[in-house]
Write a protein that binds this ligand. Structure first.
Ligand SMILES: Cc1ncc(COP(=O)(O)O)c(C=O)c1O
Length: 484
């Protein structure tokens, strides 16, 4: 369908018909209900989902922009923050706010610490810098980009945890904050938070822990007796944390928290403008209008699950993770990347002869939604409670996929494997960036082309754009080499 033909219908449509159309749009979506996805959705069943919808609906129209108008929402928010602070071993001084998601909980501390540094009149800071493990979530790169703070990467060691000695060496007069993950998205490992805390204290620099993934599961992993290092407000030097309720808190999307050790830090997150024609404006986060439903559903989810519910879900998740990792270890060609601390992990090929991305392609053909890492080249998984029922199927499909790919090196240059392999190997990252940018322009442009869809997007786009990127980048490299 031509883009210009899509217009607001002249007459409002039948609501049943609308809902039917909407359902039909979702037919090709990732199948999270049958546990075929390993990221994006933290689904624990229809009953809980319906409960979240009910809770969301109760505050569907309410707007948390003005906490005076909707004191109910402020109360939910305060209680979510207090419950989360207690989970993360914060004392009574710990304060915070709810945000729209992990990314906002990563963006805000960068503004906070940039402005904290400015408020201390550290005027020599002309170009603020933040030091983060190279494995830090990409949301922090986005924050650095948005707020013009220089991102300084510290290398990770062989165990994929940040090298604290390297962090020490990178600190300079412009450093406004240090960062650690608990755990990191790519490898699922907790950085050495206690050592980072000591460095932060010694240098009087704030330290934020990104626990978007771990915040609502690690406290229970620990209570179940697993041996994990301290990662939260118990560690002196940790000044703030982020933890997502819409991940392992099993809430509706649009709910995360950002917490500070005390108001001396959080103060710098709050935006106040007094000279607007529209009146005096104050807000603790990035959004203006904030959906009341997401805040209400987060409160509801935490109260419905309670300590015992989260412990039980965590027990299942940890046992399921072990079963899957054991299954992967039983396949001689594969190995787990590092020693993951919880339920997020990656696995790679032991041999150059087996292309791991081609294994991913085979898994996708069998109906799984597979995420890929580029450093190292690996496949990735985040385990949720309902994955318990698909362990055997996943491992059996993985064995078959490995068997199929083994001895077929040609598969590395086909399908998504070609694209991921090439993208991971191309040293000229600027070129890849340009091609990805073009792909995004295509997706948001008038033609609305959908990338990566072999079967075509809504407008019948037949060729996967990711493949085009691969081919274009390879051609560009060829040209570059020839010109050289
Ligand atoms: C460690 C970490 N931080 C931040 C984020 C960003 O969260 P969101 O996708 O909710 O914006 C993620 C998402 O997976 C994450 O794993």
């Amino acid at each position: 369908m031509n883009n210009c033909t899509i217009k607001l219908p002249e007459k409002g449509m039948d609501k049943k018909e609308i809902l039917d159309i909407m359902k039909s749009y979702g037919q090709g979506d990732a199948n999270y209900r049958d546990s075929k996805t390993w990221s994006l959705v933290y689904y624990i069943g229809e009953e809980h989902t319906q409960f979240l919808k009910d809770a969301y609906s109760l505050y569907f129209s309410e707007n948390a922009l003005n906490p005076m108008a909707f004191q109910s929402l402020k109360r939910f928010e305060s209680e979510v923050i207090r419950m989360t602070a207690n989970l993360l071993n914060g004392d009574r001084n710990v304060v915070g706010s709810m945000t729209s998601g992990g990314t906002e909980s990563c963006l805000l501390p960068v503004v906070t610490y940039r402005d904290l540094a400015r408020s201390k009149r550290r005027l020599w800071i002309t170009k603020p810098e933040m030091i983060a493990p190279e494995s830090i979530h990409v949301a922090w790169e986005k924050a650095a980009h948005y707020f013009d703070v220089k991102m300084v990467h510290a290398p990770v060691g062989k165990d994929y945890r940040v090298d604290v000695e390297a962090v020490k060496k990178l600190i300079n007069r412009n450093t406004i904050m240090l960062l650690g993950s608990a755990p990191s998205y790519p490898h699922g490992v907790i950085d050495p938070i206690e050592e980072l805390g000591a460095v932060a204290l010694e240098n009087n620099i704030p330290l934020h822990i990104d626990s978007c993934l771990g915040g609502f599961i690690l406290p229970f992993v620990e209570k179940l007796g697993y041996d994990i290092p301290a990662f939260d407000f118990r560690v002196p030097g940790v000044t703030s944390m982020s933890a997502d309720v819409h991940k392992y808190g099993y809430s509706a999307k649009g709910a995360s928290t950002v917490l500070y050790r005390n108001m001396d830090y959080m103060r710098h997150q709050i935006y106040v403008y007094t000279d607007w024609s529209g009146g005096i404006y104050a807000s603790a986060g990035m959004l203006g209008t904030r959906p009341g439903g997401a805040i209400a559903a987060a409160w509801a989810s935490m109260n419905a699950l309670g300590e015992d519910g989260y412990l039980e879900k965590t027990r299942i998740v940890m046992e399921t993770t072990k079963k899957i990792m054991d299954g992967i270890r039983s396949i001689p060609e594969l190995e787990i990347v590092g020693s993951p601390d919880m339920s997020v992990f990656a696995y790679k090929s032991r041999s150059k002869k087996l292309n791991i991305y081609a294994v991913g392609d085979q898994m996708e053909q069998k109906g799984w939604n597979i995420d890929r890492l580029q450093r190292p080249k690996a496949l990735h998984a985040m385990v949720t409670p309902l994955h318990e029922r698909v362990v055997d199927e996943y491992i059996s499909d993985l064995k078959k996929s490995v068997e199929y790919v083994r001895g077929k090196p040609g598969l590395a240059s086909k399908g998504n494997a070609a694209m991921y392999g090439m993208i991971a190997n191309v040293p000229l990252r600027g070129m890849i960036k340009n091609e990805v940018l073009k792909m995004m322009e295509d997706m948001y442009g008038p033609e609305r082309k959908m990338p990566g869809l072999a079967s075509g997007g809504p407008d019948g786009e037949k060729e996967p754009l990711f493949m085009k990127i691969a081919v274009k980048a390879l051609n560009a490299i060829d040209r570059f080499r020839k010109e050289d």
